[in-house]
Design a protein around this ligand. Structure first.
Ligand code: BLA
Length: 484
């Protein structure tokens, strides 16, 4: 595993945005702030009849310079022109301003096909957990239908960075199923995720296609292709897709702020290129789902916090009447255990430990207390104490929620909610301990070849704490603090 880890670190260092090459289904030019072309893709001749070498250092040809006038000057600006006039053949133009201030111009041969499907994205409403699951499923089904791809997955990231397939829809050519399977974080390196957050999609029409190099002016460094649709495919991912039997892939990101929370991953068993208008339409479908999910999550979060506060009001009176958390412990502890679905609760202050149900043994308590020390540590959450808490000895307690409180008299109290061990069955898409295979040749690793279900029984874990545990704990901390 250590050796695998060492090699996996390499994946994090592949500078995908500086690949200096593009996928061959379009052509690319980079233009410096002074208007001179710094890079041109080697396929400009075949696609547009332009000699890339002779463009370098020159001003852009007029048919491209005119639309480019509309591209904003700030990094991140984008422009889409469905049809550029005066260019050999029909081309759509995509332009973006990269971090270095260069304009990156992409020309994609127009392959607009007639939109036969109705053009209106349905308004998505999510009112309950069941509806959330149903809407995930109908999203992937709509995307199969609108894209003609063979498989569409809703791939959600877990806090660990691993991912799981929450919904799957299959088209005609699909083989095998991925629903319910988990995949290790290293399958999608952080450096790739950061690119997906910044783009509405990542489209790979032909994963086996040979990429086209960008020719550069003198020794100009490769241009930043972060926002370029044509950015070449990483050789590592090219192999991965090949191993999965996937010839063409598109991913649509779902984000909260700058965090990538899920991907809609589409696979086709044959190369398949969608027109930009279709990609746009699909991205809108994903967006309207994402919006509905955000609204639903905000509402349920608020309901959860309101509920906690309402339930706490009864307890608060008792705490105040009895003169403190310790005195009210016999009432407080069962309430806490129910509210957080815990098997036990503890309250630790200077010199006192109160327990109810499952609790930490003395040595385990010492380790946990050390882990929770420090002014800034107000909460800790773990469903695998043995791994998360340094020097944790073997214990009946496998999972823990912890909050630290400061009483009005300046005493530091800690409240722990404990869960026992429960064997966790995890089904992986291939052996997660061997995400790569070693090989001879210039690149010593390759993605694993088998995605066969790999069952892992995880010991030392408790039932996982819910997603919003931290927020709920913070609210509880505030309520307890106010009640003392
Ligand atoms: C990219 N890896 C990706 C992407 C996905 C996955 C969805 C985004 C591009 C795309 O849509 O294909 C992984 N695809 C999955 C998973 C499922 C799926 C898990 O459908 C589940 C069903 N990959 C490796 C290793 C490395 C690696 C060991 O397995 C590192 C060396 C790299 N994956 C890798 C890279 C990219 C990637 C570099 C970026 C590809 C790019 O955008 O050029």
């Amino acid at each position: 595993m250590t050796t695998h880890r060492g090699f996996l670190a390499q994946c994090e260092h592949e500078l995908l945005h500086l690949s200096g090459a593009i996928q061959p289904h379009g052509a690319l030019l980079a233009v410096a702030a002074d208007g001179r072309v710094t890079h041109a893709s080697d396929n400009l001749g075949t696609l547009l009849g332009l000699d890339p070498q002779s463009l370098l250092g020159e001003a852009l040809p007029a048919p491209l310079a005119t639309p480019l006038g509309r591209l904003g000057q700030l990094p991140g600006a984008r422009l889409f022109v469905p049809l550029v006039e005066g260019v050999a053949g029909d081309f759509a133009l995509l332009a973006s301003r990269n971090a270095a201030g260069q304009a990156v111009i992409e020309l994609l041969p127009d392959n607009e096909e007639e939109m036969l499907l109705d053009d209106v994205s349905p308004l998505v409403h999510i009112g309950s957990r069941e509806e959330l699951m149903m809407q995930r499923q109908s999203l992937v089904e709509r995307i199969v239908e609108l894209s003609g791809f063979d498989r569409v997955l809703f791939y959600r990231f877990l806090p660990s960075g691993d991912g799981e397939v929450l919904a799957e829809a299959l088209g005609a050519g699909a083989q095998g199923r991925y629903l319910g399977l988990r995949f290790p974080a290293s399958d999608i390196p952080g450096i790739a995720r950061a690119l997906y957050v910044k783009n509405p999609w990542r489209s790979i029409p032909d994963a086996a296609a040979v990429s086209v190099p960008l020719l550069g002016l003198d020794d100009a460094p490769p241009p930043d292709l972060t926002l370029a649709d044509l950015r070449s495919l990483s050789p590592m991912h090219q192999l991965y897709l090949h191993n999965m039997g996937v010839a063409s892939a598109i991913s649509f990101p779902l984000t909260i702020g700058d965090e990538l929370t899920a991907l809609i991953s589409c696979h086709a068993v044959r190369p398949r290129r969608l027109p930009l208008s279709r990609l746009n339409r699909l991205s809108q479908e994903v967006e309207s789902f994402a919006l509905a999910e955000k609204t639903y999550r905000t509402r349920t979060r608020q309901n959860m916090l309101d509920g906690l506060e309402r339930h706490f009001n009864g307890v608060r009176r008792q705490v105040t009447r009895q003169g403190g958390l310790r005195q009210a412990w016999s009432l407080l502890s069962p309430w806490l255990m129910t509210e957080f679905d815990a098997d036990g609760a503890m309250l630790c202050g200077e010199g006192t430990v109160l327990r109810e149900g499952l609790s930490l043994e003395p040595e385990a308590l010492d380790a946990v207390e050390r882990w929770c020390e420090g002014e800034e540590v107000v909460t800790r959450i773990s469903d695998h104490l043995l791994a998360d808490c340094p020097e944790m000895p073997l214990s009946e307690v496998a999972g823990l929620l912890a909050i630290s409180l400061l009483t009005p008299s300046g005493e530091r109290l800690r409240c722990y909610l404990c869960r026992e061990e429960e064997a966790q069955e995890v089904a992986w898409g291939g052996n997660p301990d061997k995400p790569v295979e070693f090989q001879s040749g210039p690149v010593p690793i390759a993605p694993r070849r088998s995605f066969e279900t790999w069952l892992e029984t995880r010991l030392g874990y408790s039932r996982p704490w819910p997603e919003q545990a931290r927020l709920k704990l913070l609210k509880l901390r505030q309520l307890l603090q106010e009640a003392t």
